[in-house]
Design a protein around this ligand. Structure first.
Ligand SMILES: NC(=O)c1ccc[n+]([C@@H]2O[C@H](COP(=O)([O-])OP(=O)(O)OC[C@H]3O[C@@H](n4cnc5c(N)ncnc54)[C@H](O)[C@@H]3O)[C@@H](O)[C@H]2O)c1
Length: 302
């Protein structure tokens, strides 16, 4: 039985719950929010649409059996005020939830969506006393998708022929690793069917793809939910598909967005692509920024 839990049933968590039921990815959903009315409200809303859904609501003891636990708590009002506006409240929430998690022997995989993504993912692993392999964040998955979209738009090639990853820090020090980008197997410093792509323009376009979603909708939850479902699918099916997620990467002394294979245990093999020296340096800068956020979080908990 595929069992998925979601903590935080706001815009992201509730949309994810509905999507998991619509795509029949979950046999049982465990739904938890700090707000009882919200959890019960979502339960009734989902059951009206999916009458046979197996839902468990506000029951922490049920998380011990989960295959995947998604952390989607936060406060989108604070996020709108500033990029890392949720840092203080989410840090305290993760710390406080540790006692619930420690009561159960959680063997599944945590997929963290809360921001600041890499630092909160690191905090979850540390505070909930879980193995690094079983704690990942969505990291730069969406940023990578936006980059590929920009390349598709400029090159007019099929999106499936475009590979490559954004590393670093979601919503912060993004590192577009051009050394990893291929279009039909070809590096982009070569013309693609006679057309030379401009990497600077592509970086700007990839950012604009995110900007328009935030400007028009105030959040980019649809894209996020779709990619979260793909990440969950890779875990449940043990597929070893590669995603640029927030993972503990010892080479950079902690959590950073980096491409890895995902399987039923969480993180599989790291995809150690040869990067340009400048890209390595940029990832180092991002890793330091994440470490600083984590240090700020640790100070808040003293
Ligand atoms: N990575 C991305 O691309 C991306 C995109 C959008 C949102 N997000 C993040 O996802 C998270 C959720 O966003 P949202 O738009 O759904 O926010 P939201 O404000 O709509 O909902 C947050 C929910 O979390 C609940 N919550 C807060 N603290 C809790 C706790 N301690 N225990 C249980 N529930 C708790 C709240 O009651 C609320 O229902 C935020 O951290 C946001 O930054 C990430």
């Amino acid at each position: 039985m595929r069992q998925i839990g979601i903590i935080g049933l706001g815009q992201v968590g509730s949309a994810l719950a509905a999507q998991l039921l619509a795509t029949r990815q979950a046999d049982r959903l465990v739904l938890i929010d700090q707000n009882d009315d919200r959890a019960v409200g979502l339960q009734h809303d989902l059951l009206a649409g999916f009458p046979t859904a197996n839902l468990v609501v506000q029951d922490w003891s049920a998380i011990g059996n989960l295959d995947v636990l998604v952390v989607a708590l936060g406060d989108q009002e604070l996020l709108r005020e500033s990029r890392f506006g949720e840092l203080t409240t989410t840090t305290k929430a993760i710390h406080d939830l540790a006692k619930q998690v420690k009561l159960v022997d959680f063997k599944g995989v945590v997929v963290n969506l809360a921001n600041p993504n890499e630092a909160i993912t690191a905090l979850i692993q540390r505070e909930w006393l879980l193995q690094p392999q079983q704690v990942i964040g969505l990291g730069t998955v969406l940023d990578t998708a936006r980059l590929r979209l920009a390349i598709q738009s400029a090159s007019k090639q099929n999106i499936n022929s475009i590979t490559g990853y954004v590393y670093g820090q979601h919503d912060g020090d993004l590192v577009t690793a051009w050394s990893t980008v291929r279009v039909n197997g070809q590096t982009i410093d070569q013309p693609i069917y006679g057309k030379k792509l401009d990497d600077h323009n592509l970086t700007v376009q990839a950012k604009m793809n995110g900007f328009y979603a935030l400007k028009g909708l105030g959040s980019d939850w649809n894209g996020m939910v779709a990619w979260t479902c793909r990440v969950i699918d890779a875990i449940l099916t043990d597929s070893n598909e590669v995603f640029s997620v927030a993972v503990n990467q010892p080479q950079f002394n902690g959590y950073i967005s980096y491409p890895v294979q995902l399987n039923h245990r969480g993180v599989g093999n790291y995809v150690l692509l040869p990067l340009y020296p400048l890209e390595e340096e940029q990832i180092e800068v991002a890793a330091n920024a994440i470490q600083e956020q984590l240090a700020t979080m640790s100070d808040l908990l003293k």
